[in-house]
Write a protein that binds this ligand. Structure first.
Ligand SMILES: NC(=O)c1ccc[n+]([C@@H]2O[C@H](COP(=O)([O-])OP(=O)(O)OC[C@H]3O[C@@H](n4cnc5c(N)ncnc54)[C@H](OP(=O)(O)O)[C@@H]3O)[C@@H](O)[C@H]2O)c1
Length: 292
C-alpha cells in the first residue's frame, strides 16, 4: 500500500511522513522541490501530478494563510487549493489504477464565526474568506467520488506542535511575559495536537467506513482566555497583556479573524469512530509541547 502525500514538506506533512515511515508504510512525497529520498515527485501549477502507484492520497499542499492578506496573497491562498485540488482530481480521472482514498485537508474556517454555538460535521458553512476557501477546496476534493474514490474532508483545527508556527511564536512571547488575551478572550478556539492529527489521518487510511467531513479537533474546545491562562501557568509566567480587537484589526486586517473568530468545534465523527485522543485536553497537549 503506497501513500502519496502532497505538501509533504510542511508542518503537518513532515509529521505525517515521519509517522507513516515509522509504521513502515510506503510513501511518495509530492513537492514543488522534490528530493530523492523518500521517493518524491513534482507538484506544480503547470502540470498534472504523476500519481501512478499511489493507493491512497493525503492532500495537504496550499499557500500558507499566515502573512498579510493582500489581494495577491488571498488569490494564492484560494488558487493553490482550488486549482491544486482540481489538478489532483484530473490526475485521478486519467489514471488507469485509481487510488482508493483521498484525505483532503480543509479547515474549521469552513464554519465561519459562530460565537458560542457547538459545531459538528453537520453544521452549515459560515461567512468570510476562510469559509469561502474551505468550501471551494472541499467542493473540488469531493469530485474524486465520481471515480470511486473514498473522500475524507479533514476540517483541521489549530494544530499545536513544537515545530508549528503558532507555538514557535507564542512560547517565546509568553516566556518574555508578553502573553495575553486577544480581544474579549471569550472567543472559542478548537485545537488539535499534531500527533493526534497525524494518527487521525492514518486512521482514515485504515478505516474504510470513514468518509465525508471529519472535524480534526480535540474534544474540549477552549476560550482564548483559557488558552492564555493555561499556557501562562504551564510556563510559570504572568499574562498581563490584552490585545484589543480593534488594534489587531488595524494591524493585521482580515487576517485578524484567525485570532478573533469564535469556533467551538466538536470531533463528533472521530468520537463515533472510536478515535482515542492521546491529547484530549489543551493542558495535556501544551505539556507535551513544552516539556516533551
Ligand atoms: N497548521 C494548521 O494549524 C492548519 C489548520 C487548518 C488547516 N491546515 C491546512 O493543512 C494543510 C497543511 O498545513 P501545514 O501547516 O502543514 O502547512 P505548511 O507548513 O504551510 O505546508 C504546506 C505545504 O504546501 C506547499 N505549498 C506552499 N505554498 C504553496 C503554493 N502556493 N502552491 C502549492 N503548494 C504550496 C509547500 O510544500 P512544497 O514547497 O514542498 O511544495 C508547503 O510545505 C494546509 O492546506 C493548511 O491550510 C493547517
Amino acid at each position: 500500500m503506497i501513500l502519496g502525500i502532497t505538501g509533504a514538506s510542511g508542518f503537518i506533512g513532515q509529521a505525517l511522513t515521519a509517522e507513516a515511515l515509522r509504521e513502515q508504510r510506503n510513501v511518495i512525497l509530492f513537492s514543488r522541490h522534490p528530493k530523492t529520498t523518500p521517493e518524491s515527485r513534482s507538484w506544480s501549477d503547470q502540470s498534472l501530478p504523476n500519481i501512478d502507484g499511489c493507493d491512497q492520497l493525503v492532500h495537504l499542499a496550499g499557500e500558507s494563510i499566515l502573512g498579510l492578506w493582500t489581494k495577491k496573497k488571498r488569490e494564492r491562498i484560494l488558487m493553490s487549493r482550488r486549482e491544486g485540488t482540481r489538478r489532483l482530481i484530473e490526475a485521478i480521472a486519467q489514471s488507469s489504477r485509481k487510488p482508493s482514498l483521498l484525505v483532503s485537508a480543509s479547515a474549521i474556517g469552513y464554519y465561519g464565526n459562530n460565537h458560542d454555538s457547538l459545531l459538528d460535521e453537520s453544521t452549515c458553512s459560515g461567512n468570510g474568506f476562510l469559509a469561502e476557501v474551505a468550501r471551494a477546496w472541499e467542493e473540488e476534493a469531493l469530485k474524486a467520488e465520481a471515480y470511486g474514490v473514498r473522500v475524507v474532508l479533514m476540517r483541521i483545527g489549530i494544530v499545536l506542535g513544537r515545530n508549528g508556527t503558532i507555538m514557535k511564536l507564542m512560547i517565546p512571547l509568553f516566556r518574555l511575559g508578553l502573553g495575553g488575551v486577544v480581544g474579549s478572550g471569550k472567543q472559542w478556539m478548537s485545537c488539535i495536537h499534531i500527533n493526534d492529527l497525524v494518527r487521525l489521518i492514518l486512521q482514515c487510511c485504515d478505516d474504510p467506513s470513514l468518509c465525508g467531513p471529519l472535524n480534526a479537533v480535540m474534544p474540549e474546545p477552549i476560550t482564548n482566555a483559557t488558552f492564555t491562562k493555561t499556557l501562562g501557568t504551564l510556563l510559570q509566567k504572568p499574562t498581563p497583556c490584552r490585545i484589543p480587537a480593534i488594534a489587531l484589526r488595524i494591524l493585521l486586517g482580515e487576517l485578524s479573524t484567525l485570532l478573533l473568530n469564535s469556533q467551538r468545534v466538536l470531533p463528533q465523527k472521530a468520537t463515533r469512530h472510536h478515535y482515542n485522543f492521546k491529547y484530549p485536553t489543551l493542558e495535556k497537549a501544551l505539556t507535551e509541547i513544552i516539556t516533551g
